[in-house]
Write a protein that binds this ligand. Structure first.
Ligand SMILES: [Zn+2]
Length: 221
């Protein structure tokens, strides 16, 4: 099960900024090839209780909750009937270049899955126990309070975690978490360590297909 990872959309010559037309080409490619976007909640239910999934399922995730997700990604997803998962840095909500609570409520109501990406995006391996709780459980509490819905998934800032961080994420009540390790998620994976497929600027649809195929091959899928 490929979980695609994006960060920012826009015309900035940085590898984590995927160009808008480039990204639209990814969406059109996925639609053309018969992929169906699903949420991590669907993936989780499939892996834990065998809930059937559509053919060629794919999860689209965005980390860091930039305003560009609301401005550019959300309308293009909606046009195509696609869903995606947005991982939010809760202390940055309502800050310049980041989404607002109002936008998050609108997107959640429209079927965008909202996950937590900590409160301030620190390296979670380097913070003390109190701060770890605040970053992991606190960001979940903030989202649940503001959005009035359960927040079920977490994305490790910078992909950084260890046993202590894993324990904190489980204790906070999440059902699973995504990393930046490369691969496709399989039922054998720990749901708190689902790998993803990082998509960089300059990725053509053909390259995207190759990335997905490589991830599936590595995961034996
Ligand atoms: Zn991040």
């Amino acid at each position: 099960m490929p979980i695609l990872m994006y960060h920012e959309l826009g015309e900035v010559p940085h590898r984590l900024y995927v160009g808008l037309s480039e990204w639209e080409a990814h969406l059109d490619f996925l639609a053309r090839e018969g992929y169906t976007t699903i949420t991590l909640a669907q993936l989780y239910r499939h892996m834990t209780s065998g809930e059937p999934l559509p053919e060629k399922p794919v999860v689209i995730t965005f980390d860091d909750s930039y305003a560009s997700f609301y401005e550019h990604a959300f309308p293009r997803l909606r046009e195509r009937g696609f869903v995606a998962t947005l991982f939010v840095i809760t202390d940055l909500v309502n800050h310049p270049r980041h989404v607002t609570w109002e936008q998050l409520r609108e997107m959640a109501a429209a079927g965008i899955e909202i996950g937590a990406h900590s409160a301030t995006h620190p390296n979670l391996r380097e913070v003390d126990a109190g701060r770890l709780e605040q970053e992991v459980a606190g960001s979940r509490r903030a989202l649940e309070e503001q959005l009035g819905m359960p927040i079920l998934f977490f994305s490790y800032p910078g992909g950084s975690y260890d046993e202590k961080v894993l324990a904190a994420v489980k204790a906070a009540g999440y059902l699973g978490a995504v990393t930046v390790a490369s691969g496709a998620a399989t039922p054998e994976d720990d749901p708190f360590q689902w790998p993803r497929v990082t998509v960089y600027r300059g990725t053509t649809p053909e390259k995207l297909q190759a990335l997905i195929d490589a991830a599936l091959a590595r995961s034996g899928g």
